[in-house]
Design a protein around this ligand. Sequence first.
Ligand code: NI
Length: 129
Amino acid sequence: MKIHHVGYAVKNIDTSLNDFKKLGFKEITARILDEQRSVFIQFIKNGDYVVELIEPSNDNSPINNILSKIGNSTYHLCYEIDDIEKSINELKSDKYVIIEVSKEAIAINNKKVAFLYKKNIGIIELVEK
Ligand code: NI
């Protein structure tokens, strides 16, 4: 499966963006508030590498858990697939569990995304092409 982006939890997009720019990243989208998921999202790119900066937008954001455990850090790879329901079913039969069912993502042109977890892998995201 082709990798679409790396998800990177940050406490504050503004302050981290400045440091990512020093490392050669450029902004490729505007910052978007995803109210459904309680996050701000900003995509940046360095060469072929696309990173999604994810900042909690309130105290109930699931990203707060990640930040309190490991601080600013990568925490998911997102894979591009043709048919999200088909891929979810295949992964479920390979012992992945769904942590967020397929829903449209405002920060990725309303494409369908889902999050799954497997102990040997951690969190993955799927995005439908
Ligand atoms: Ni993502």
